[in-house]
Design a protein around this ligand. Structure first.
Ligand code: A3D
Length: 320
């Protein structure tokens, strides 16, 4: 059986990291696409030359021609611009919306059967626009943010409790922005919910609140340190986790920016929710019950995403 084909649209910091991870994990053959001629070809060759030492079997190529992504099984989109210190993700909307149009049309014309994972910010609005521009089924177009935000939350919790990150489960709901909702009630250490751990004296409510806020600011913390761009190792790893769930039909339960059609009381909107990812893409949106307080935070986050979607419609009237 031929190896799966993975197309990476955008060969920048995340794109290059994705290519390296996909090769090392032998997820399939990789095509890197970018408009900056030389970058995708150079990164593909560089990664291919790591193959003999690493011992992977995966073909690597770079291109500026959409025809080369034909027949891709998975497409991961990072094309666009990242933020710099002082910028919010929302400041990227105008530039990246135009990028989503050309990328969406390139996918529509060349890889219409692919599972598409969008990473470009502002995430929830960009994945919505990408689905509209590409015309692919909504269960096959998803945004990566929740896996990353949850990984950050899990990392901070594991440090606080001095336990293995493997035993910390957590998830973050809502839009990928300042209004995201790290779920304290549904996050656990070895199955013990966080509020119980506060009661048990493992941490204090104040420390937990600070971790929740640090999770919300997780992206900005890295931007502030790097100064020249945003995070890329953990974002790439998170998208690879989602791609693996699809390619291997793992039925993973992962928080993603998914199309909600009735779930959470939303109609035709992309926002971060728990999902099941398997061979049919987003196979299920897990419609959990929210407490009154969680619902209020979620509603606020949804309103922020809706504002960005409306702004997209204002910029490009072809978006319904
Ligand atoms: P960067 O290293 O600048 O790479 C972006 C690449 O996109 C560059 O190589 C550009 O040449 C290329 N590009 C620009 N326009 C086009 C186009 N029309 N078609 C194809 N390629 C194009 O950025 P990065 O890799 O650090 O980040 C990529 C995106 O991911 C940004 O929008 C970030 O804000 C976003 N991001 C999202 C998260 C989430 O958790 C959702 C996390 C981190 C970064």
């Amino acid at each position: 059986m031929a190896r799966p084909k993975i197309a990476l649209i955008g060969a920048g910091q995340i794109g290059g990291t994705l290519a390296h991870l996909a090769a090392m994990k032998e997820l399939g053959d990789v095509v890197l696409f970018d408009i900056a001629d030389g970058i995708p070809q150079g990164k593909a060759l560089d990664i291919a030359e790591s193959g003999p030492s690493e011992g992977f079997d995966a073909a690597m190529s770079g291109t500026t021609d959409y025809a080369d992504i034909a027949g891709a099984d998975v497409v991961i989109v990072t094309a666009g611009v990242p933020r710099k210190p002082g910028m919010s993700r929302d400041d990227l909307l105008g530039i990246n919306l135009k990028v989503m149009k050309s990328v969406g049309e390139g996918i529509r014309d060349n890889a219409p059967d692919a599972f598409v994972i969008c990473i470009t910010n502002p995430l929830d609005a960009m994945v919505w626009a990408l689905q509209q521009f590409s015309g692919l089924p909504a269960n096959k177009v998803v945004g990566m943010a929740g896996v990353l935000d949850s990984a950050r939350f899990r990392h901070f919790l594991a440090e606080e409790f001095d336990v293995s990150m493997r035993d910390v489960t957590a998830f973050v709901l809502g839009g990928h922005g300042d209004t995201m909702v790290p779920s304290v009630r549904y996050s656990t250490v070895g199955g013990i919910p966080l509020p119980d751990l506060v009661d048990m004296g493992w941490t204090t409510q104040e420390k937990l609140d600070a971790i929740v806020q640090r999770t919300r600011d997780g992206g900005a913390e890295i931007v502030g340190l790097l100064k020249t761009g945003s995070a890329y190792y953990a974002p790439a790893t998170s998208a690879i986790e989602m791609a693996t769930a699809y390619l291997k039909d793992q039925k993973r339960v992962l928080p993603c920016a998914a199309y909600c059609d009735g779930e959470f009381g939303l109609k035709g909107m992309y926002v971060g929710v728990p999902t099941v990812i398997g061979a049919n893409g987003i196979e299920k949106v897990v419609n959990i019950t929210l407490s009154k307080e969680e619902q209020e935070m979620f509603d606020k986050s949804v309103a922020a995403v809706q504002g960005l979607v409306d702004a997209c419609k204002g910029i490009d009237p072809s978006l319904a």
